[in-house]
Unconditional design. Structure first.
Length: 550
């Protein structure tokens, strides 16, 4: 009799060995704890998530710049001296997975609470998304170990370059989802004057450079105080730089003020698209507010009117058009537009006197699974019950809404996350916006830290471009942000109300607006790639060391 050896499934240790996790390069429990805590700390630095009083500068909902630097310092300290590509990649991947899960955990609410996806599947989807995006950081950390030079300053520079490239990859690939980029932690900090020069990603690079230099100095007793002293001097110098709101060339005259009413309907998300409840409430409340507003401009949030104009009750849309066809008032209203034949858009309609057709802004940067379905993932969206799931894209750099001497540039929801796209409107200084207008509905994510994170994103855009940002949202934060990134007025979150105030339009061009409008983020890509290429060239000339082993 011939006996055949039974095939057996590979064991878990064998699988881990196959992907590079072997006993030789196993991480210790302490290392895993450090990188997980550091990753979570990085997420918390964007907007402090705990509802306690201010402790060591950590006020609820506010960014904590020093915590972001500390988080990267802990990661860089684990990487410094590491001679294994695989170990470094695991460290970077675990750090980034923890960082991203802690940053956008609130996606669970949209998928499970409002989308109806089973809780285990929603949790799995969030972890899978975070782990996938963490691959950028895993590769960056592994390659850092592969190419890191001996000199502390050069090593810190290479770490910062790789970290910058990982963050830029998150902006660029697979539609882009750079929520929680490290530079947002510095919207209140000493580095904020640089935002109008280098943008949020430039701040990310600087923070990574400082964190790595500190971590590596502490590991080199003979030279540790020289880099630290240099960083103290550099920080003091940067803190005294003129604000990025200062324009290139001769100062341009301010275009005046505009009185505004910003509407926050606070329509419950689970009712917002239900015809018998949320739709009726929204139409009644926003209709009344638009009719009774006294200011020069009225702004209603994203999908404030949750129906196409042709689906609205008879005479509703026509009455709004007539309301703003004369006099000295105008309105920007979030509403879906389009038809079955031409497709649908998530849009802002602008109504003002003397305008034969409504102004129209169509959202360009759509949310995957919420506003469009990526190829091959329709099965996933069918597991959820989210309306308005497939829109057409608008163009980048659409025309502003001209009103009362102001050029109002709408952006919808998380479009203000992409400064390089907003910057396209600054290519011609004569047509550049004087005021940004964000309309949002992040009620999908509940009363969570997502609200505060989005506010810090809008504040950063105001600083980068030297422009005020007014925000009208369904559940908050509905605020007026001045051109220095400071919130001057606001409505409490999760309350219905109208914010009445004034906004000062601005003109001129910040250094960041000048270069990002012409070259996008390519200067930062070039910086990161040049540093990495230089380090790679230097490493190639050295004797080979097997850094892929433990």
């Amino acid at each position: 009799m011939i006996h055949h050896k039974a095939a057996s499934l590979p064991t878990l240790p064998a699988l881990l060995e196959h992907i590079g996790y072997s006993p030789r390069n196993r991480l210790t429990p302490l290392q895993i704890a450090i990188v997980f805590m550091a990753g979570a700390g990085h997420a918390a630095s964007i907007a402090w998530p705990f509802p306690f009083g201010s402790v060591l500068g950590m006020a609820p909902g506010q960014p904590v710049g020093w915590l972001q630097v500390l988080a990267l310092l802990l990661l860089a300290g684990q990487l410094d001296g590491c001679r294994s590509f695989k170990r470094a990649a695991w460290l970077g991947g675990l750090f980034a997975t923890a960082m991203l899960c802690a940053t956008f955990w609130w996606l669970f609410i949209s998928m499970h609470t409002y989308g109806g996806l089973a809780a285990p599947l929603a949790l799995l989807a969030i972890v899978a998304l975070a782990a996938f995006l963490a691959l950028y950081y895993a590769a960056a950390c592994g390659l850092f170990v592969l190419l890191a030079p001996a000199n502390i300053a050069q090593r810190a520079l290479v770490f910062a370059a790789f970290w910058l490239l990982a963050e830029l990859a998150r902006v660029r690939f697979f539609t882009g989802f750079p929520w929680g980029v490290g530079g947002y932690a510095h919207v209140n900090g000493w580095a904020r004057p640089l935002a109008g020069w280098v943008g949020v990603h430039g701040l990310t690079f600087l923070a990574a450079l400082i964190a790595a230099a500190l971590a590596m100095s502490l590991r080199a007793p003979r030279t540790r105080w020289l880099p630290v002293l240099g960083l103290v001097v550099l920080s003091a110098a940067l803190a005294r730089l003129p604000s990025g709101a200062v324009s290139i060339g001769a100062p341009a005259p301010a275009p005046g003020t505009l009185s505004v009413t910003l509407l926050q309907g606070n329509i419950p998300q689970n009712e917002k698209f239900e015809s018998g409840t949320g739709v009726a409430t929204a139409l009644a409340w926003y209709g009344e507010q638009l009719r009774n507003a006294k200011t020069t401009l009225v702004v209603a949030p994203e999908t404030a009117l949750p129906l196409l104009p042709q689906q609205l009750p008879d005479g509703y849309w026509q009455a709004l058009q007539s309301r703003f066809a004369g006099g000295e008032q105008a309105a920007l209203i979030g509403v879906p537009l389009g038809s079955y034949d031409e497709g649908y858009t998530n849009s802002v309609a602008g109504l003002k006197p003397g305008q034969p057709e409504p102004y129209r802004y169509d959202k360009h940067h759509l949310v995957p699974f919420g506003e469009f379905i990526p190829t091959g993932f329709r099965w996933f969206t069918q597991l959820m019950h989210i309306p308005l799931g497939d829109f057409n894209r608008g163009a980048v750099g659409q025309a502003s809404f001209d009103w009362q001497g102001q050029r109002l540039a709408p952006n919808i929801c998380y479009e203000d996350l992409f400064g390089e796209e907003l910057g396209a409107r600054f290519a011609d200084a004569a047509l550049a916006p004087t005021i940004f207008v964000n309309v949002s509905n992040i009620g999908w994510f509940g009363n969570t830290i997502a609200i505060d994170q989005h506010l810090q994103i809008s504040r950063m855009r105001a600083i980068e471009f030297g422009r005020p940002m007014i925000r009208a949202t369904n559940t908050g934060p509905t605020v007026i942000i001045d051109h220095r990134g400071q919130v001057t007025q606001g409505v409490p979150r999760y309350t219905g109300g109208a914010l009445v105030g004034e906004v000062q339009g601005r003109s001129g061009t910040t250094p960041y607006a000048w270069w990002v409008s012409r070259y996008g983020l390519w200067p930062l890509w070039a910086l990161g790639l040049m540093v990495v290429a230089g380090s790679g060239f230097a490493a190639a000339r050295k004797p080979r060391v097997n850094v892929f082993a433990a």
